[in-house]
Design a binder for this molecule. Structure first.
Ligand code: GDP
Ligand code: IMO
Ligand code: MG
Length: 435
């Protein structure tokens, strides 16, 4: 399952629901920039690095090689989940020995670069920061691609080895941080090696060759659920570059991020909100900065799970979703947060853009500079007044809500297999919307 917009589509809830039918749940990309919320009865969980399947007993969760792991955050997340009575052991949490480590200097670099860029100016104007989560994601993936200064989970527990690597790394990183204006004492390789090798030892029983483990699970007929983090429009290759994250968060990231060859997924559930949100900078053609966006934000409680930032809100952009569904090979759609749209007299859907030269296109533009000039062409449809969060079946929904879902299916050419009308497991309507 994969997000088809700019993140926060409700992936945590869907993974929690789908986990019941799977044996193994795998994260293949991203890091602690993700924030997946699962609500079970009175309990609310926010997961960042752990696959959301960890909350259901008896499942095996895997952090694949494509993930960047902040061991300090992971250990604190494990502790937090354990303290709520959920078992995490070497058998139900496997971490790839090839996953790259997010170090403190990655987070400092991320924050410092954002600070410098926020006051920088180029021909597109002032303020060039991406609005990252400051979790060190970009610098950690940059090290992976750059190779020589990268550290992988498999080498963390060896203190002597780590110290000798960090002596070189810290000398270079200190100079880079200094150049970015960070006023701090030089990085201390001894302190870092001691702390991080201890994290390595604490996680040692979980760290393994997950590529062979996943192939074994598959050969033994175990069913595997891939939990996409971030979302397709934030994909480093196919999103709204440069306002994206640093991994392949579309389903195209699954083979590289797990070691299972393509095509490894029989079914791809594309998750979308019934409207659109985005956190951080970057073009957002259907954004509404007036009262409509404000109303969506308040009704949908659209504040970041990871950073608490208010999310930018607007009507549904189906040009974007149709593109993401194509890139990800979606076979069905889960339409989330439909309840948030109750009470609007009318709703708007965008299924094509007008470009500055007057031409109309129904193709997405995965390039920030050009997408800025795309103007949405609206289709207005009737809204509904009733609250729908207590609906049990699709037949309980007002006809206008059913018509809205139908129109989405028609434009996307995909069936909506799941409709969500609230954060809880029970607030889910399955089945085909209009027969
Ligand atoms: P994710 O990153 O895709 O897992 O999504 P987030 O957890 O960051 O944000 C989705 C938010 O919407 C969370 O607070 C969920 O509890 C909540 N949520 C999920 N589905 C629904 C829904 O159908 N209706 C409402 N009102 N909230 C929902
Ligand atoms: P989930 O899995 C929403 C956004 C950030 C920023 C850009 C780059 O919860 O849907 P990064 O820290 O990755 O370098 O930031 O990507 N971003 C997300 N936005 N939900 C997410 O994850 C996100 N992960 C990254 O806000 O604009
Ligand atoms: Mg989120």
């Amino acid at each position: 399952m994969v997000g088809l917009q700019w993140g926060d589509e409700g992936k945590g809830k869907v993974v929690d629901l789908l986990t019941a039918d799977h044996d193994v749940i795998v994260r293949y990309n991203g890091g602690a920039n993700a924030g997946h919320t699962v609500v079970i009865g009175e309990e609310k969980y926010a997961l960042h690095l752990l696959p959301s399947g960890i909350l259901s007993g008896g499942k095996i969760c895997v952090i694949g090689n494509g993930v960047v792991v902040d061991p300090e955050m992971l250990l604190s997340e494990i502790e937090g989940i354990r303290s709520r009575g959920i078992e995490i052991n070497a058998g139900n949490l496997l971490i790839s020995d090839r996953a790259h480590v997010v170090m403190p200097y990655h987070k400092e670099h991320d924050a410092a670069l954002e600070r410098v860029l926020s006051s920088a100016i180029d021909d597109s104007g002032p303020g060039l920061s991406i609005g990252t989560t400051k979790r060190g994601i970009g610098p950690a993936y940059a090290d992976k691609v750059h190779r020589s200064l990268a550290i992988r989970m498999g080498e963390l527990a060896d203190a002597d080895h780590l110290r000798s690597r960090l002596e070189v790394i810290c000398a270079i990183r200190t100079r880079e941080l200094d150049a970015l204006g960070v006023e701090a004492p030089p990085l201390d390789p001894h302190e870092l090696a001691e702390r991080y090798s201890e994290y390595g030892r604490l996680l040692e029983n979980h760290i393994t060759d997950t590529v062979y483990a996943l192939h074994d699970f598959r050969n033994n007929g175990r069913s595997i659920l891939f939990e996409g983090a971030n979302a397709c429009l934030l994909d480093i290759d196919h999103g709204t570059f440069p306002y994206v994250t640093s991994s392949n968060c579309s389903t195209l990231g699954i083979p590289a991020g797990t070691g299972l060859p393509a095509p490894c997924a029989d079914e791809v559930v594309g998750i979308m909100k019934a409207y659109t949100t985005r956190v951080g900078a970057g073009p957002f053609p259907t954004e509404d900065t007036g009262p409509i966006g404000e109303r969506i934000r308040e009704r949908g409680n659209e504040y970041g799970t990871t950073t608490g930032r208010p999310r930018r809100c607007g009507w549904l952009d189906l040009v974007a979703v149709r593109y993401s569904a194509m890139i990800c090979g979606a076979t069905s759609i889960a339409c989330m947060l439909l309840d948030v749209l109750s009470g609007f007299d009318e709703l708007k859907i965008c299924s094509s853009y007008r470009l500055p030269d007057g031409t109309v296109t129904d193709r997405f533009i995965p390039d920030a500079r050009r997408l800025l000039n795309a103007e949405p062409i609206w289709e207005t449809v009737p809204g509904w007044a009733e609250e729908i969060d207590t609906s049990q079946n699709r037949s309980d929904l007002p006809p206008e809500a059913l018509a809205y879902l139908d129109r989405i299916q028609e434009i996307l050419g995909l069936p909506i297999h799941l409709v969500s009308v609230g954060p809880e497991r029970t607030q889910t309507l399955a089945g085909s919307p209009c027969g």
